[in-house]
Write a protein that binds this ligand. Structure first.
Ligand SMILES: Cc1ncc(COP(=O)(O)O)c(C=O)c1O
Length: 390
């Protein structure tokens, strides 16, 4: 047995329906859910054991409301081991989730000016900017571009026109793009020239797959004063329901402004989320490595399935995450998730991520090889392609 087989356990359908009430529980039992970004795998043992022990010991009160501490040290160790990044543990600030962290940063640090959001984007990021009273200025990535990086000329123009914040998602959901150091330096140089800020959503950083390397934005020289990063164990360790993400700063004054915000601005996080995150960051490496091996296999399987079942599909092979952004314009359907759902597979419509863009969808491949095969087969049949019913 490989490490991936011994450490990573697939949930059965019944287990998944109970464990993942949104992804599975709200999907009809004859439909395969490949939509919400959660994985069909049992939680890592060190995380499960730590959370169970905390509940057994009645650790269910309010969390301590300070930054740093054991969580800061655990994240700093993880970042050093996984990304070679040096972080001051005292500057790790808990928040309830990444999107709330982005809202906090916009409210507290950012000028009341337009925010650049590269498209496609994780849908709550499309909404969070407006909630803080700012305009969202979209920066679409062409679906035909070879790489899903940022158009620096366009970014330059938006910053020159008055945008003051760039919301980066790196690694990217839904494109699976891992920004290279050169790409990030290009963004940094423009942001510095225009006196703007970067909010770097790095929730998917632990999910960089073999072949790519995550470069934390804050690891670039010259970023400490204009950037913060959002991280969390939630995507990589499947613990979104535990409710704890972290805001990273490299500049103590920036951290003080965020940590000093009125409590009501930073909806408090869960003590069980803190326990789960500490366990994941301290003791989760072996499980995470097994997960990455499985996701690498799933990515390869998806490539084979697309070639045989959906030959007109186009995709950029994701460099990170377990999400595939599929361009199905070749099949002539505006929203391919409609027919797919009627054929028994639930996927995320592309227009949720990139308003107005036809023919795209997001497929979650963090499941078993059997389910992935069946999901792609159903999608293919729904579009009049593939080898048909078995
Ligand atoms: C890029 C990105 N940011 C944030 C989130 C959500 O994180 P949270 O639940 O911590 O807000 C997701 C979830 O899939 C995501 O893909």
């Amino acid at each position: 047995m490989t490490a991936s087989e011994t450490l990573l356990r697939d949930l059965s359908d019944d287990e998944a329906r109970a464990a993942l009430p949104l992804k599975w529980g709200s999907t009809s039992p004859d439909v395969l859910p490949a939509w919400v970004a959660e994985m069909d795998y049992a939680v890592a043992e060190p995380v499960r054991d730590a959370v169970c022990a905390a509940v057994l010991a009645s650790h269910t009160g309010y969390p301590a409301l300070d930054a740093g501490g054991a969580l800061g040290t655990a994240y700093a160790g993880f970042a050093e081991r996984r990304f070679g990044q040096r972080i001051d543990p005292a500057l790790v600030l808990p928040v309830v989730d990444v999107t709330a962290g982005i809202r906090l940063v916009l409210d507290v640090l950012c000028d009341p000016a337009p925010v650049v959001v590269p498209l496609p984007a994780y849908p709550p990021q499309l909404a969070v900017v407006g909630i803080t009273g700012r305009e969202r200025w979209d920066l679409p990535v062409s679906p035909d571009a070879e790489r899903a990086g940022i158009d620096l000329d366009r970014l330059d123009a938006l910053l020159a026109a008055g945008a003051r914040t760039v919301l980066l998602t790196q690694p990217h959901n839904p494109c699976g793009h891992v920004y290279t150091r050169t790409e990030l330096e290009g963004v940094r140089d423009l942001v510095l020239r225009h006196g703007a800020r970067v909010i770097s959503d790095e929730i998917h950083a632990p999910l960089v797959l073999p072949g790519a390397t995550h470069v934390p934005y804050l690891s670039l020289p010259g970023t400490a004063e204009h950037a913060v990063a959002l991280v969390s164990a939630s995507k990589a360790f499947n613990v979104a329901g535990l409710r704890c993400a972290q805001v990273l700063c490299a500049d103590p004054a920036t951290h003080r402004r965020l940590a000093g915000a009125p409590e009501v601005r930073n909806d408090s996080w869960s003590p069980l989320g803190v326990v789960g995150a500490i366990a994941a960051y301290r003791h989760g490496d072996a499980w995470l490595d097994a997960l990455l091996a499985r996701l690498d296999d799933q990515r390869a399987l998806l490539g084979e399935l697309l070639a045989t079942e959906l030959p007109q599909a186009r995709w950029r092979r994701p460099e990170a995450t377990y999400l595939a952004w599929l361009d199905l314009r070749g099949y002539g359907v505006d929203d391919p998730t409609g027919p797919a759902l009627r054929h028994g597979v639930r996927l995320s419509p592309g227009t949720d991520y990139h308003p107005g863009l036809p023919g795209h969808l997001r497929l979650n491949f963090a499941t078993s090889p059997e389910r992935l095969t069946e999901a792609v087969r159903r999608l293919a049949v729904s579009l009049g392609s593939g080898s048909g019913p078995r």
